[in-house]
Every structure is written in C-alpha cells, then in structure tokens.
Design a protein around this ligand. Structure first.
Ligand SMILES: Nc1nc(=O)c2c([nH]1)NC[C@@H]1CN(c3ccc(C(=O)N[C@@H](CCC(=O)O)C(=O)O)cc3)C=[N+]21
Ligand SMILES: [Mg+2]
Length: 284
C-alpha cells in the first residue's frame, strides 16, 4: 500500500480530548455545554447514529438530551419542540436528525432552529456566513474533512487544486467553500460533469461525496493526491464502504481516508466542537 491512511478515529480521539478540556473549564465557570438531539421516527440507521452522538457527548463531558418522537408527530409539534429548545438556556446546540418523515418539511424545521444553536451548520444563516467568511457554525462533515487535511500539514491550500465530487447543501457545497477559504483552487463536479476523470486527474485534493460506490477509481487519481472519502454505502456483502474504490486508489494516492474510521467519526467530533463553541459563545 503506497498511500498513508488519515485515521479519523485517532484524530477524533485527539480533538475530543481537547473538547473535554474546554468543557471542564466551562463547567468550572458554572456552564455545562448541552446538546439536544431530536429524532423523529424509527429509521434504524438514524437510531445508531443518534446513539453514537449521545455517547460521544457523554465521553467528552457534554450534557446531551435525546428527544425521540413517533413518526406520526406533526410538523407543528416538531416546530414547537424546536422553539422550546431555542429558548432553553441549558441547551447550546440543537440537532434534528435527518431525514425526517415525508410529511415534515426538512427545510422549514432547519430554518426554525436558532442560528446561535445550529451546530449542524445547516441553517441558511450558517451557510451564508460561510459563503461570506463570517462567524457561523460550519457543517460538520466538510469541517471534519478540513481538519483531516490540516492533520497532514495541508491547512493552507494555496497553489493546490481541489476537486469536490458532489454538490449537496450539507457536504459538497460547504466543502467547496471551506476549501476556497483555505486558498485552494476549487472545482465542483457532479452528475452533469462531462468527463469526471479529466477533472480529478488534475487534482491535488479530491473529496468524493456522492453516495455511490466506486465513483473514484485508480485511473482517475494523480499519483500522490490526497483522497477524502465522504461516502457511506453498503457493498454486496453488506459491509460499509465509501465512494472510492479503496483497494485500487490506495495504490496511487499519497493519502487516503478509510471507510469506516475516516470521515464518519470526524463528523461527530465536529458536532462536539460546534456545541462547545456555542456554549463558550453563550457564556462570554
Ligand atoms: N441533522 C443531521 N446531522 C448529521 O450529521 C447527520 C444526520 N442528520 N443524518 C444522518 C447523517 C449520517 N451521519 C453520520 C455520522 C457519523 C457516522 C459514523 O461515525 N460512521 C462510522 C461507522 C458507523 C457504522 O459502523 O455504521 C464510521 O464511518 O466509521 C456515520 C454517519 C450524520 N448525519
Ligand atoms: Mg421531508
């Protein structure tokens, strides 16, 4: 194997220890950072993710509240819960787990969260702050990817070409903005891109965030490039895999993130970091 692994579990341990130190310091001033996680319905994958988030909070010394509601909850009821959490001084961060049941408008619910408590970074105010380089919460998955780049000495990307595959509001678009903020030259590719390989072969950094297996194969990667895999898919054996053909690409890339153990744990870590930040801001 030529590529070096960027270990999301190891980096998470380090960053979560820093959060724990900050949480202890804030508690000494009488403020316990608090995260509310709201889960509507019984999507089995969501149950697992939400449990992991709550566990991660406990380990870092953050207070967390898990609110679970039946799939029959109405949109008005959920909006009322969000409003109550907005007004709850013991809660500094609010996460409403997506996807929501079909009869609830995700966008409406996200926009109801106070931008001061929007630790997911999904509110238009958070997205807008990122766009214009103002203070706001950064979306956790791309923020975690930036921390992974930083961990290999790539905090400043001046002179580097970054190619993002995917243009979702929660990963692709904010990822591109964060890379731009770090001075990279950024290309965003998507389903309408004519020749994806021609784009990725020019890249020093590739972020794959499509949600489809084998979107990136070895022939599409410049030797030594950094490959970040945001994908979460299942292979034919039901095993978790990313968007990247890991076995092939690791022979060409300089650095690569694994799935699992890469971007996933970093997403949760940045949620803790954002919640910590929200609590510190409210206390200052
Ligand atoms: N409002 C909201 N915010 C989210 O951040 C959010 C969401 N909704 N809905 C669902 C997705 C998914 N997501 C993951 C986070 C961590 C792992 C993770 O830690 N994965 C482990 C493996 C877990 C396993 O084994 O299944 C890993 O990659 O190593 C996965 C998925 C956050 N999401
Ligand atoms: Mg919906």
């Amino acid at each position: 194997m030529t590529a070096q692994l960027i270990d999301g579990n190891a980096l998470s341990r380090q960053l979560r220890a820093e959060v724990a130190t900050r949480a202890a310091a804030l508690k000494a001033r009488g403020v316990t950072p608090g995260l509310a996680v709201v889960l509507v319905g019984d999507n089995p994958a969501s149950q697992v993710y939400v449990r992991n988030k709550v566990k991660a909070c406990e380990e870092a010394g953050l207070h967390s509240v898990l609110e679970k509601y039946d799939a029959s909850m109405t949109e008005a009821e959920l909006l009322a819960r969000v409003e109550a959490l907005n007004n709850d001084p013991s809660i500094h961060g609010i996460l409403v787990q997506l996807p929501l049941p079909k009869h609830i408008d995700d966008h409406k619910v996200i926009e109801a969260i106070s931008p001061l408590k929007d630790v997911d970074g999904f509110h238009v105010a958070s997205a807008g702050a990122l766009m214009v380089g103002e203070v706001g919460f950064k979306a956790c998955t791309p923020y975690g990817c930036m921390k992974m780049l930083e961990s290999i000495g790539m905090k400043d990307l001046r002179g580097k070409h970054a190619v993002v595959i995917g243009r979702s509001n929660i990963v692709g678009k904010p990822m591109a903005m964060m890379l731009l903020q770090a001075n990279a030259t950024v290309t965003i590719c998507h389903s309408g891109t004519a020749d994806l390989g021609a784009m990725t072969r020019q890249a020093d950094v590739i972020v794959a965030a499509v949600g489809k297996r084998d979107v990136l194969t070895a022939d599409m990667v410049k030797p030594g490039a950094v490959v970040i895999d945001v994908g979460m898919n299942r292979n034919d054996e039901g095993k978790l895999c990313g968007d990247v053909d890991f076995a092939g690409v690791k022979e060409v890339a300089g650095f690569i993130t694994p799935v699992p153990g890469g971007v996933g744990p970093m997403t949760i870590t940045m949620l803790l970091v954002n919640t910590m930040e929200a609590a510190e801001r409210s206390a200052s």
